[in-house]
Design a protein around this ligand. Structure first.
Ligand SMILES: Cc1cc2nc3c(=O)[nH]c(=O)nc-3n(C[C@H](O)[C@H](O)[C@H](O)COP(=O)(O)OP(=O)(O)OC[C@H]3O[C@@H](n4cnc5c(N)ncnc54)[C@H](O)[C@@H]3O)c2cc1C
Length: 409
């Protein structure tokens, strides 16, 4: 019997690493497991989107029922929590308070509560996961520095130390006998022939080809373009890009008991400028506000994004205006922000499957699909924005299930 041909995962963020780990778990007991390779263009794992998020483990309350985002977030949070607990990765569940600050926001808050209660009733959220805060006094009791008409508290929202999580995932993959990770290894092209996929890889000054029976495309912001480059289909999918910036409060002052989120504005591509905390070995740390929403021009491609990671310059007119917009947004629920000196922290870029100017349509679901026709033997992961961190280990499981017949060949 010929040796099994390799499975190649492209992208070493939290999603690609989780996929590699799941594939290694599902192949480890086979008499002749396929070799597993992960190719990541970055020099260190997790330095793409995975290093530029809020580090929040979402509860799963915002997404349409039974969507991939809801399903994988609800499944992913406990998987990730158990993995982190088993590997000593700092993780905490300070919970989150969502607040309505105008009468017009109350219907959305009621919808969110009803949805969370339904998830709780069906066992998808644990008992006690949601508490109604029906008036301003109840909000103040939960979060004394927050001013709002009403709110809801979600106890299952957590924060994780993302760099430590990525290190632990990479280590778990390295422990698997058939799995190999190559950093600074960029897939620059490829094609399909009778033997499967032949990927062109550039690694430092070396160029080589790698054969794969199955490719999993977890290339984050670059995933749609990569597919279009390798597979000649009629209408290649595409990503649009939406920037989000955070401001940080220097020092370690504790301001809130947990995370605080406004009601998202209608049509907003994010959850509204919210307050989060980081977590590390020494407990909760670093209050951050953000991310805001700033669409990049629709014609940009993933290779054009470098310049868009720069934080706002408070000295420039544009930067100062942005910081004023941030303050106004935060002031709507936290008047005390006026006394705080906030400094720019970092910028992340969301891979979107829609754009308000070029392809309107509003929030799109994660695309996780095994392609057919010209793309046979290729699994695409597209539009993996928030809650991609929370969902990553469930995405790994899902991809391993989609790959089952390749694994058993
Ligand atoms: C502003 C913002 C806030 C967010 N907040 C949260 C949050 O609080 N909670 C949450 O759950 N999620 C959040 N997310 C989403 C989360 O960060 C992402 O869904 C997740 O990190 C996606 O991981 P990934 O592995 O798909 O992508 P990445 O981490 O970007 O990994 C992709 C990798 O592929 C590599 N690559 C690209 N092209 C190639 C190629 N041709 N060859 C080889 N390698 C290639 C890249 O170098 C990169 O290392 C947020 C995202 C943003 C932008």
């Amino acid at each position: 019997m010929p040796p099994p041909s390799p499975i190649v995962v492209i992208g070493g963020g939290c999603v690609g690493l989780s996929v590699l780990r799941s594939l290694s778990l599902s192949t480890s007991l086979l008499p002749s497991p396929p070799p597993l390779f992960l190719l990541d263009a970055s020099p260190v794992p997790g330095s793409g989107l995975t290093s530029r998020n809020s580090g929040v483990l979402h509860s799963g309350i915002y997404y349409p029922p039974s969507s991939n985002k809801e399903r994988l977030c609800l499944r992913g949070r406990p998987l990730l929590s158990a993995f982190c607990a088993g590997r000593g990765v700092p993780l905490s569940f300070p919970g989150k308070t969502v607040v309505a600050t105008s009468p017009g926001q109350l219907p959305y808050l009621r919808e969110l509560l009803a949805k969370a209660e339904a998830l709780q009733a069906s066992g998808l959220l644990p008992p006690g996961a949601v508490t109604n805060l029906p008036d301003a006094a109840a909000v103040r009791a939960a979060e004394p520095r927050v001013s709002a008409l009403a709110g809801a508290r979600f106890a299952t929202t957590g924060v994780v130390d993302v760099p430590r999580f990525v290190d632990a995932l990479a280590l778990a993959c390295a422990e698997a006998p058939a799995a190999e990770i190559a950093q600074s290894a960029e897939v620059v092209g490829g094609r399909r022939d009778e033997g499967g996929w032949l990927l062109d890889v550039r690694q430092g000054s070396a160029e080589y080809q790698l054969r794969a029976s199955l490719v999993v495309n977890a290339a984050g912001l670059g995933a749609a373009e990569l597919y279009g480059k390798v597979v000649q289909g009629p209408r290649p999918p595409r990503h649009f890009f939406c920037q989000g910036e955070w401001l940080r409060l220097p020092g370690r002052e504790k301001i809130f008991n947990g995370l605080v989120y406004p009601i998202p504005e209608p049509g907003l591509a994010g959850l509204g400028v919210h307050a989060t905390v980081g977590v590390g070995e020494e407990g909760l740390k670093d209050v951050k506000f953000g991310p805001d929403v700033s669409w990049l021009p629709a014609h940009l491609s993933a290779g054009d994004l470098g310049a868009h990671y720069a934080c706002s310059d408070g000295e420039s007119e544009e930067g100062a205006a942005k910081i004023r917009r941030f303050r106004r947004a935060i002031e709507s629920y936290f008047p005390g922000v006026a006394d705080l000196a906030l400094v720019p922290d970092q910028v992340g870029i969301r891979p979107k499957l829609w754009h308000p100017d070029a392809l309107p349509g509003g929030d799109a679901d994660f695309v996780i699909r095994r392609e057919r026709g010209a793309g046979d033997g290729w699994i695409n992961l597209l539009g993996i924005e928030s809650p991609g961190l929370t969902s990553c280990m469930a995405i790994g499981e899902e991809v391993a299930a989609l790959a089952q017949d390749f694994i058993e060949r």
